[in-house]
Write a protein of this length. Structure first.
Length: 411
Protein backbone atom coordinates (compact mmCIF):
# COMPACT_ATOMS: atom_id res chain seq x y z
CA UNK A 1 0.00 0.00 0.00
CA UNK A 2 1.34 3.45 -0.84
CA UNK A 3 0.64 6.30 1.52
CA UNK A 4 -0.38 9.61 -0.02
CA UNK A 5 2.25 12.30 0.42
CA UNK A 6 0.90 15.76 1.17
CA UNK A 7 2.13 18.38 -1.31
CA UNK A 8 4.65 21.01 -0.24
CA UNK A 9 3.53 24.57 0.41
CA UNK A 10 5.83 25.88 -2.33
CA UNK A 11 4.66 29.55 -2.25
CA UNK A 12 5.28 29.57 1.51
CA UNK A 13 8.68 27.94 1.09
CA UNK A 14 9.69 30.46 -1.57
CA UNK A 15 9.22 33.28 0.92
CA UNK A 16 12.19 31.81 2.82
CA UNK A 17 14.46 32.54 -0.16
CA UNK A 18 14.85 36.31 -0.68
CA UNK A 19 16.89 35.75 -3.85
CA UNK A 20 13.79 34.32 -5.53
CA UNK A 21 11.88 37.58 -5.10
CA UNK A 22 14.77 39.94 -5.94
CA UNK A 23 15.08 40.96 -9.61
CA UNK A 24 17.98 39.38 -11.44
CA UNK A 25 18.94 40.99 -14.78
CA UNK A 26 15.62 42.80 -14.33
CA UNK A 27 13.71 39.50 -14.29
CA UNK A 28 12.56 37.09 -11.59
CA UNK A 29 15.35 34.70 -10.65
CA UNK A 30 14.72 31.12 -11.80
CA UNK A 31 17.29 29.12 -9.87
CA UNK A 32 17.84 25.75 -11.53
CA UNK A 33 21.31 25.10 -10.17
CA UNK A 34 20.74 23.44 -6.81
CA UNK A 35 23.07 20.59 -7.76
CA UNK A 36 25.97 23.03 -7.77
CA UNK A 37 24.89 24.61 -4.50
CA UNK A 38 21.44 25.01 -3.03
CA UNK A 39 20.09 28.38 -1.96
CA UNK A 40 20.06 28.89 1.79
CA UNK A 41 16.67 29.46 3.45
CA UNK A 42 16.24 32.32 5.93
CA UNK A 43 15.90 30.13 9.05
CA UNK A 44 19.37 28.75 8.33
CA UNK A 45 20.84 32.21 7.69
CA UNK A 46 19.16 33.52 10.84
CA UNK A 47 20.41 30.64 12.98
CA UNK A 48 23.97 31.27 11.84
CA UNK A 49 23.57 35.01 12.31
CA UNK A 50 22.27 34.49 15.88
CA UNK A 51 25.24 32.28 16.67
CA UNK A 52 27.68 34.73 15.12
CA UNK A 53 26.09 37.78 16.78
CA UNK A 54 25.43 36.47 20.29
CA UNK A 55 26.82 33.01 20.91
CA UNK A 56 30.21 32.87 19.25
CA UNK A 57 33.47 31.76 20.77
CA UNK A 58 35.73 28.79 20.23
CA UNK A 59 34.57 25.27 21.12
CA UNK A 60 36.07 22.46 23.24
CA UNK A 61 38.43 24.93 24.87
CA UNK A 62 37.01 27.09 27.61
CA UNK A 63 35.34 26.85 30.97
CA UNK A 64 33.33 29.99 30.22
CA UNK A 65 29.58 29.62 29.88
CA UNK A 66 29.84 31.05 26.38
CA UNK A 67 32.36 28.42 25.39
CA UNK A 68 30.36 25.60 26.92
CA UNK A 69 27.21 26.74 25.18
CA UNK A 70 28.97 27.10 21.83
CA UNK A 71 30.34 23.58 22.32
CA UNK A 72 26.85 22.29 23.10
CA UNK A 73 25.35 23.90 19.97
CA UNK A 74 28.21 22.55 17.86
CA UNK A 75 27.80 19.03 19.24
CA UNK A 76 24.00 19.22 18.91
CA UNK A 77 24.55 19.84 15.20
CA UNK A 78 26.64 16.66 15.05
CA UNK A 79 23.77 14.79 16.66
CA UNK A 80 21.39 16.21 14.02
CA UNK A 81 23.64 14.85 11.28
CA UNK A 82 23.83 11.50 13.06
CA UNK A 83 20.06 11.23 13.25
CA UNK A 84 19.63 12.47 9.68
CA UNK A 85 21.63 9.58 8.22
CA UNK A 86 20.77 7.15 11.04
CA UNK A 87 24.40 6.66 12.08
CA UNK A 88 24.75 4.55 15.22
CA UNK A 89 26.89 7.10 17.09
CA UNK A 90 27.99 10.74 16.97
CA UNK A 91 31.53 9.41 17.27
CA UNK A 92 31.14 8.28 13.66
CA UNK A 93 30.39 11.77 12.36
CA UNK A 94 33.53 13.69 11.41
CA UNK A 95 33.25 17.36 10.41
CA UNK A 96 35.12 18.27 7.26
CA UNK A 97 35.01 21.20 4.83
CA UNK A 98 32.91 19.23 2.34
CA UNK A 99 32.63 16.08 0.28
CA UNK A 100 35.98 16.70 -1.38
CA UNK A 101 37.80 17.00 1.91
CA UNK A 102 36.00 13.94 3.31
CA UNK A 103 37.21 11.80 0.41
CA UNK A 104 40.75 13.18 0.64
CA UNK A 105 40.72 12.36 4.34
CA UNK A 106 39.79 8.75 3.65
CA UNK A 107 42.34 8.46 0.83
CA UNK A 108 45.14 9.89 2.95
CA UNK A 109 44.42 7.84 6.07
CA UNK A 110 42.55 4.62 5.28
CA UNK A 111 44.04 4.62 1.78
CA UNK A 112 47.65 5.15 2.77
CA UNK A 113 47.41 2.46 5.38
CA UNK A 114 45.66 -0.13 3.24
CA UNK A 115 46.61 0.45 -0.39
CA UNK A 116 49.92 -0.94 -1.58
CA UNK A 117 51.74 -1.63 -4.84
CA UNK A 118 49.64 -3.78 -7.16
CA UNK A 119 46.38 -3.08 -5.31
CA UNK A 120 43.25 -1.74 -7.00
CA UNK A 121 40.63 0.86 -6.23
CA UNK A 122 37.36 0.39 -8.07
CA UNK A 123 35.34 3.50 -8.98
CA UNK A 124 32.20 3.95 -11.01
CA UNK A 125 32.32 5.53 -14.46
CA UNK A 126 30.18 8.43 -13.26
CA UNK A 127 32.26 9.70 -10.34
CA UNK A 128 32.80 13.40 -9.72
CA UNK A 129 36.46 14.47 -9.84
CA UNK A 130 36.28 14.62 -6.03
CA UNK A 131 35.99 10.82 -6.01
CA UNK A 132 38.61 10.26 -8.69
CA UNK A 133 41.55 12.58 -8.13
CA UNK A 134 42.22 11.76 -4.44
CA UNK A 135 42.40 8.06 -5.41
CA UNK A 136 44.56 8.82 -8.42
CA UNK A 137 47.00 10.74 -6.20
CA UNK A 138 47.07 7.83 -3.78
CA UNK A 139 47.41 5.24 -6.54
CA UNK A 140 50.37 7.11 -8.04
CA UNK A 141 52.04 7.30 -4.65
CA UNK A 142 51.46 3.63 -3.79
CA UNK A 143 51.82 2.01 -7.22
CA UNK A 144 48.16 0.99 -7.24
CA UNK A 145 45.66 1.01 -10.12
CA UNK A 146 42.22 2.52 -10.61
CA UNK A 147 39.58 0.34 -12.24
CA UNK A 148 36.18 1.42 -13.47
CA UNK A 149 32.63 0.05 -13.28
CA UNK A 150 31.25 0.87 -16.76
CA UNK A 151 27.88 2.41 -17.60
CA UNK A 152 25.39 2.08 -20.45
CA UNK A 153 24.05 4.74 -22.83
CA UNK A 154 21.25 5.61 -20.40
CA UNK A 155 23.81 6.44 -17.73
CA UNK A 156 23.16 3.34 -15.60
CA UNK A 157 26.00 1.33 -14.12
CA UNK A 158 26.53 -2.07 -15.74
CA UNK A 159 26.79 -4.41 -12.79
CA UNK A 160 27.00 -7.72 -14.71
CA UNK A 161 30.79 -7.85 -14.42
CA UNK A 162 30.99 -6.38 -10.92
CA UNK A 163 31.85 -9.67 -9.20
CA UNK A 164 34.87 -10.04 -11.50
CA UNK A 165 35.90 -6.39 -11.17
CA UNK A 166 36.03 -6.82 -7.40
CA UNK A 167 38.93 -9.19 -6.84
CA UNK A 168 41.51 -10.05 -4.21
CA UNK A 169 43.51 -6.89 -5.07
CA UNK A 170 40.56 -4.51 -4.60
CA UNK A 171 41.01 -2.38 -1.47
CA UNK A 172 38.01 -0.06 -1.82
CA UNK A 173 34.99 0.58 -4.02
CA UNK A 174 33.97 4.23 -4.48
CA UNK A 175 30.56 5.03 -5.91
CA UNK A 176 28.36 8.09 -6.10
CA UNK A 177 24.87 7.62 -4.71
CA UNK A 178 23.41 10.08 -7.24
CA UNK A 179 25.28 11.32 -10.33
CA UNK A 180 25.65 15.11 -10.47
CA UNK A 181 25.61 15.02 -14.29
CA UNK A 182 23.16 12.26 -15.18
CA UNK A 183 20.90 12.31 -12.16
CA UNK A 184 21.18 8.50 -11.95
CA UNK A 185 20.36 7.05 -8.56
CA UNK A 186 22.76 4.14 -8.23
CA UNK A 187 21.79 0.87 -6.49
CA UNK A 188 24.40 1.45 -3.81
CA UNK A 189 22.88 -1.04 -1.38
CA UNK A 190 23.35 -3.83 -3.90
CA UNK A 191 26.87 -2.65 -4.81
CA UNK A 192 27.82 -2.57 -1.13
CA UNK A 193 26.43 -6.05 -0.53
CA UNK A 194 28.37 -7.44 -3.49
CA UNK A 195 31.59 -5.72 -2.40
CA UNK A 196 31.13 -6.97 1.16
CA UNK A 197 30.67 -10.50 -0.14
CA UNK A 198 34.32 -10.17 -1.19
CA UNK A 199 35.36 -8.38 2.01
CA UNK A 200 35.85 -4.99 0.29
CA UNK A 201 34.71 -1.73 1.93
CA UNK A 202 32.68 0.87 0.04
CA UNK A 203 32.76 4.66 0.14
CA UNK A 204 29.54 6.30 -1.01
CA UNK A 205 29.63 9.87 -2.29
CA UNK A 206 26.30 11.22 -1.08
CA UNK A 207 26.80 14.86 -2.15
CA UNK A 208 23.83 14.76 -4.53
CA UNK A 209 21.79 12.21 -2.61
CA UNK A 210 21.20 13.72 0.83
CA UNK A 211 19.15 16.67 -0.50
CA UNK A 212 16.69 14.32 -2.21
CA UNK A 213 16.63 10.86 -0.63
CA UNK A 214 16.31 9.31 2.82
CA UNK A 215 19.78 8.01 3.58
CA UNK A 216 20.20 5.31 6.20
CA UNK A 217 23.85 4.34 6.48
CA UNK A 218 23.02 1.28 8.58
CA UNK A 219 20.48 -0.03 6.10
CA UNK A 220 22.93 0.63 3.24
CA UNK A 221 25.74 -0.89 5.33
CA UNK A 222 28.03 1.82 3.89
CA UNK A 223 31.57 1.82 5.24
CA UNK A 224 32.07 5.50 4.49
CA UNK A 225 29.37 8.01 3.50
CA UNK A 226 30.31 11.60 2.64
CA UNK A 227 28.45 14.81 1.79
CA UNK A 228 28.59 18.63 1.82
CA UNK A 229 26.45 21.12 3.71
CA UNK A 230 25.98 23.55 0.85
CA UNK A 231 24.06 21.11 -1.35
CA UNK A 232 21.67 20.42 1.52
CA UNK A 233 20.40 23.99 2.01
CA UNK A 234 23.25 24.66 4.43
CA UNK A 235 26.38 26.80 4.22
CA UNK A 236 29.63 26.20 2.38
CA UNK A 237 32.76 25.20 4.28
CA UNK A 238 31.17 22.29 6.14
CA UNK A 239 30.86 18.65 5.24
CA UNK A 240 30.55 15.24 6.78
CA UNK A 241 32.46 12.01 6.81
CA UNK A 242 30.53 9.10 8.27
CA UNK A 243 32.54 5.94 8.81
CA UNK A 244 32.10 2.58 10.45
CA UNK A 245 33.57 2.78 13.91
CA UNK A 246 36.18 0.07 13.53
CA UNK A 247 37.41 1.63 10.28
CA UNK A 248 37.62 5.17 11.72
CA UNK A 249 39.34 3.91 14.86
CA UNK A 250 41.96 2.07 12.84
CA UNK A 251 42.73 5.16 10.72
CA UNK A 252 45.77 7.29 11.58
CA UNK A 253 45.43 11.07 12.02
CA UNK A 254 45.60 13.29 8.99
CA UNK A 255 45.96 16.95 9.87
CA UNK A 256 47.94 17.57 13.05
CA UNK A 257 47.42 20.40 15.52
CA UNK A 258 45.23 21.49 18.40
CA UNK A 259 42.15 19.53 19.50
CA UNK A 260 43.22 16.24 17.90
CA UNK A 261 45.66 15.20 20.64
CA UNK A 262 45.63 13.49 24.01
CA UNK A 263 49.11 14.62 25.01
CA UNK A 264 52.08 16.28 23.35
CA UNK A 265 55.72 16.20 24.41
CA UNK A 266 58.75 17.01 22.27
CA UNK A 267 59.30 13.29 21.97
CA UNK A 268 55.82 12.04 21.16
CA UNK A 269 52.19 12.94 20.61
CA UNK A 270 49.28 10.69 21.43
CA UNK A 271 46.02 11.22 19.62
CA UNK A 272 42.45 11.84 20.64
CA UNK A 273 39.79 9.23 19.93
CA UNK A 274 37.57 9.65 16.86
CA UNK A 275 36.07 11.96 15.70
CA UNK A 276 38.33 14.56 17.40
CA UNK A 277 41.41 12.85 15.93
CA UNK A 278 40.37 14.06 12.50
CA UNK A 279 39.33 17.58 13.51
CA UNK A 280 42.57 19.48 14.07
CA UNK A 281 42.30 23.21 14.70
CA UNK A 282 39.31 25.47 15.16
CA UNK A 283 36.41 23.89 13.31
CA UNK A 284 33.79 25.67 11.17
CA UNK A 285 31.45 26.27 14.11
CA UNK A 286 28.83 28.60 12.61
CA UNK A 287 28.76 26.39 9.53
CA UNK A 288 28.15 23.22 11.56
CA UNK A 289 25.32 24.93 13.43
CA UNK A 290 24.00 26.17 10.08
CA UNK A 291 24.06 22.64 8.69
CA UNK A 292 22.14 21.48 11.75
CA UNK A 293 19.53 24.18 11.03
CA UNK A 294 19.38 23.11 7.38
CA UNK A 295 18.72 19.52 8.45
CA UNK A 296 15.91 20.79 10.70
CA UNK A 297 14.51 22.74 7.74
CA UNK A 298 14.44 19.91 5.21
CA UNK A 299 13.30 17.43 7.84
CA UNK A 300 10.37 19.69 8.70
CA UNK A 301 9.44 19.89 5.02
CA UNK A 302 9.73 16.10 4.85
CA UNK A 303 12.12 14.29 2.54
CA UNK A 304 9.23 12.21 1.17
CA UNK A 305 7.36 15.34 0.19
CA UNK A 306 10.53 16.90 -1.25
CA UNK A 307 11.19 13.75 -3.29
CA UNK A 308 7.59 13.60 -4.58
CA UNK A 309 7.63 17.29 -5.57
CA UNK A 310 10.99 17.04 -7.31
CA UNK A 311 10.00 13.82 -9.04
CA UNK A 312 6.91 15.49 -10.50
CA UNK A 313 9.04 18.42 -11.69
CA UNK A 314 11.57 16.05 -13.23
CA UNK A 315 8.83 14.20 -15.13
CA UNK A 316 7.30 17.46 -16.37
CA UNK A 317 10.67 18.93 -17.38
CA UNK A 318 11.73 15.71 -19.12
CA UNK A 319 8.52 15.66 -21.14
CA UNK A 320 8.80 19.33 -22.13
CA UNK A 321 12.51 19.20 -22.97
CA UNK A 322 12.16 15.99 -24.98
CA UNK A 323 9.62 17.79 -27.19
CA UNK A 324 12.22 20.38 -28.26
CA UNK A 325 13.70 19.45 -31.66
CA UNK A 326 17.49 19.12 -31.60
CA UNK A 327 17.64 18.63 -27.82
CA UNK A 328 19.09 15.43 -26.40
CA UNK A 329 18.95 14.53 -22.72
CA UNK A 330 22.15 12.94 -21.42
CA UNK A 331 21.20 10.56 -18.63
CA UNK A 332 17.97 8.65 -19.03
CA UNK A 333 18.26 6.14 -16.21
CA UNK A 334 15.11 4.55 -14.83
CA UNK A 335 15.97 5.77 -11.32
CA UNK A 336 16.76 9.48 -11.45
CA UNK A 337 16.96 12.41 -9.08
CA UNK A 338 15.92 15.90 -10.21
CA UNK A 339 18.86 16.65 -12.50
CA UNK A 340 18.57 17.03 -16.29
CA UNK A 341 21.64 17.42 -18.47
CA UNK A 342 21.15 18.10 -22.15
CA UNK A 343 22.88 19.08 -25.37
CA UNK A 344 21.42 21.15 -28.21
CA UNK A 345 22.44 20.48 -31.82
CA UNK A 346 25.09 22.94 -32.97
CA UNK A 347 25.05 25.16 -29.87
CA UNK A 348 27.73 25.08 -27.18
CA UNK A 349 26.46 24.68 -23.59
CA UNK A 350 28.38 27.82 -22.54
CA UNK A 351 26.36 29.88 -25.03
CA UNK A 352 23.15 28.26 -23.82
CA UNK A 353 24.06 28.99 -20.20
CA UNK A 354 24.93 32.64 -20.93
CA UNK A 355 21.74 33.34 -22.87
CA UNK A 356 19.60 31.61 -20.24
CA UNK A 357 21.35 33.69 -17.58
CA UNK A 358 20.20 36.88 -19.30
CA UNK A 359 16.69 35.45 -19.23
CA UNK A 360 17.03 35.10 -15.46
CA UNK A 361 17.41 31.30 -15.65
CA UNK A 362 20.45 30.03 -13.76
CA UNK A 363 21.75 26.65 -14.95
CA UNK A 364 25.18 25.10 -15.05
CA UNK A 365 27.13 24.57 -18.26
CA UNK A 366 30.36 22.64 -18.57
CA UNK A 367 31.79 19.25 -17.70
CA UNK A 368 30.45 19.44 -14.12
CA UNK A 369 33.74 18.19 -12.67
CA UNK A 370 33.06 14.83 -14.30
CA UNK A 371 35.17 14.82 -17.45
CA UNK A 372 35.17 11.01 -17.77
CA UNK A 373 31.37 11.18 -18.09
CA UNK A 374 31.74 13.66 -20.98
CA UNK A 375 34.28 11.35 -22.63
CA UNK A 376 31.92 8.38 -22.21
CA UNK A 377 29.13 10.25 -24.01
CA UNK A 378 31.55 11.82 -26.53
CA UNK A 379 30.46 15.36 -25.77
CA UNK A 380 32.54 18.31 -24.53
CA UNK A 381 30.00 19.56 -22.03
CA UNK A 382 26.30 19.69 -21.15
CA UNK A 383 23.83 22.25 -19.90
CA UNK A 384 22.36 21.10 -16.61
CA UNK A 385 19.15 22.11 -14.90
CA UNK A 386 18.68 20.83 -11.37
CA UNK A 387 15.51 21.23 -9.34
CA UNK A 388 14.89 21.72 -5.66
CA UNK A 389 11.82 21.83 -3.44
CA UNK A 390 11.28 25.57 -4.09
CA UNK A 391 11.05 25.16 -7.88
CA UNK A 392 7.77 25.19 -9.77
CA UNK A 393 6.35 24.12 -13.12
CA UNK A 394 6.56 27.80 -14.11
CA UNK A 395 10.34 27.55 -13.59
CA UNK A 396 10.39 24.63 -16.03
CA UNK A 397 8.31 26.67 -18.50
CA UNK A 398 10.81 29.54 -18.21
CA UNK A 399 13.64 27.11 -18.95
CA UNK A 400 11.83 25.83 -22.03
CA UNK A 401 11.10 29.37 -23.32
CA UNK A 402 14.74 30.27 -22.71
CA UNK A 403 15.94 27.27 -24.71
CA UNK A 404 13.60 28.15 -27.58
CA UNK A 405 15.04 31.67 -27.52
CA UNK A 406 18.59 30.25 -27.65
CA UNK A 407 17.61 28.21 -30.70
CA UNK A 408 16.05 31.27 -32.36
CA UNK A 409 19.24 33.30 -31.82
CA UNK A 410 21.39 30.56 -33.33
CA UNK A 411 19.12 29.85 -36.31
C1 LIG B 1 28.60 13.89 -6.69
C2 LIG B 1 29.49 14.95 -6.15
N1 LIG B 1 30.57 14.61 -5.43
C3 LIG B 1 31.39 15.52 -4.90
C4 LIG B 1 31.16 16.86 -5.06
C5 LIG B 1 32.11 17.84 -4.45
O1 LIG B 1 31.48 18.54 -3.42
P1 LIG B 1 32.23 19.73 -2.69
O2 LIG B 1 32.70 20.66 -3.78
O3 LIG B 1 31.17 20.34 -1.84
O4 LIG B 1 33.35 19.17 -1.92
C6 LIG B 1 30.07 17.28 -5.81
C7 LIG B 1 29.83 18.71 -6.08
O5 LIG B 1 29.43 19.08 -7.16
C8 LIG B 1 29.22 16.31 -6.37
O6 LIG B 1 28.15 16.65 -7.10
Amino acid sequence: MTTAVLPLDVPGIRRDFPALTTPFHGKPLIYLDSAVSSLTPLPVVERMSRYQSFEHTNVHRGVSTLSQEATDRFEEAREKVRAFINAPSVKQIVWTRGTTESINLVAQTFGRRNVHAGDEILLSAMEHHADIVPWQLLAEERGATLRVIPMNDDGELILDGLDDLINERTRLVGVTHVSNVLGTINPVKEIIARAHAKGVPVLVDGAQAVPHLHVDVVDLDADFYVFSGHKLSGPTGIGVLYGKRELLEAMPPWHGGGSMILSVTWEKTTYAPVPARFEAGTPPIAQAIGLGAAIDYVTALGLDRIAAHEHALLAYATERLQAIPGLRIIGTAREKASVISFVLDGIHPHDIGSILDHEGVVVRAGHHCAQPVMTRFQIPATTRASFAYFNTREDVDALVSGILKVQEIFQ
